[in-house]
Design a protein around this ligand. Sequence first.
Ligand SMILES: [Zn+2]
Length: 404
Amino acid sequence: MVPFYRLERYDGNAALFDMVLMSIVSTYAGEPLHIHAEGLRGTGKTTIMRAAKDILPNITRIKGCIYNCDPENPHCPEHRNMTKEEIMRIGTEEIPMPFLEISHSAKVGTVAGSIDLSQLTDRLHPEARLLPGLIPQAHRGIIFVDEINRLADTSPEITDILLDVMGNKPGHIQIEEAGLPVVDITVNVSVWAASNPDEEPGPLEEIRRQLSDRFDMVCYMGRPNSVDILANILRENSHCGKLNKSFRKTDPEYDRQQNDKYRQNIIKWAQTYMQTDLPDFLRNFIARLYIKHNLESIRAIEAMQQGAVLHSIIKGRNTPIVNDVTYMIPLVLKHRIDGDALVRLMNEVDARGVRDGILNFKGRKKKQSEEVDVDYFKQTGRPLKDMTRSELINTEKSLTPSDF
Ligand SMILES: [Zn+2]
């Protein structure tokens, strides 16, 4: 697998790299951020998400606790009533932040929990105990679901579990087994998902709107559209490139160093995040957007607030600016309002809100606001208002005409 730092970056996938980093930072700081990458096959959504596993920082847990109990704040049935001294006697250990995957054929028992058969069949001390499933085991980490639209279509029970887990921050999960009392456990898990809305059974927001709304951010992955980048990808994947690769000395030590750089930044960013709040004028700006455009989803504007702060931090700034909020708009609203309403909102923010309203209100100089503008359009190259609707929303049909 190509290490995270070596993955090809271009305009169409820049937002996903940002979202992945923002979610890791937020999760490490103790606040989940649920993200969903939509796009056609071959845009590398799952590759990017799975590669992020290598840059996850370590977390400290009570030694051997399969629920990843934080020694400062134990939550599992075994440790939650213990005293500080008892926990100190057990000791602590460092493990990599969990990254577990739910396949779309997973069973409820695997995901939530089931009876621990090894304990039940223990000849000396038979005991009915719960074995936590993937989600409780991913506490303080990440759960990844590929093809979430298919999961929502075929597994309503697992979808309901995800709705609970993502309902609040932190979420919770109930483990039920016949003959055992129901166990309710807090889980602080960020859910990452990927899907191709052009394939069966269609976009998630049409299959289970409620689950779609639980995702704080959705990024629609574009295809690479620059000749340079495509030529680069072709070179890497040509037979010569592949042959070279297999002979080329891989340097695991160098890869480790690069991953470590990310890891250290993530820890630093998470510390900054815990101390950074959105300035009041930006909070008011978001509130005005909500009222003016009838946004309905409180989750959407909460995600806008969380995302704006995280975005400013991963871009190396300590104070969020209006640019960080406007960058969030398509990510938090794409799956919540229809395409026309989104374009209208973006146009309006672009035309009057940002430059003339907010920045002058803060008494900034014209020159600064121009800089902000340049930065804002860097990701897309062109303002959204200059694009037609068909350019914004591509479907499999429009990209691959059926005449061939
Ligand atoms: Zn525990």
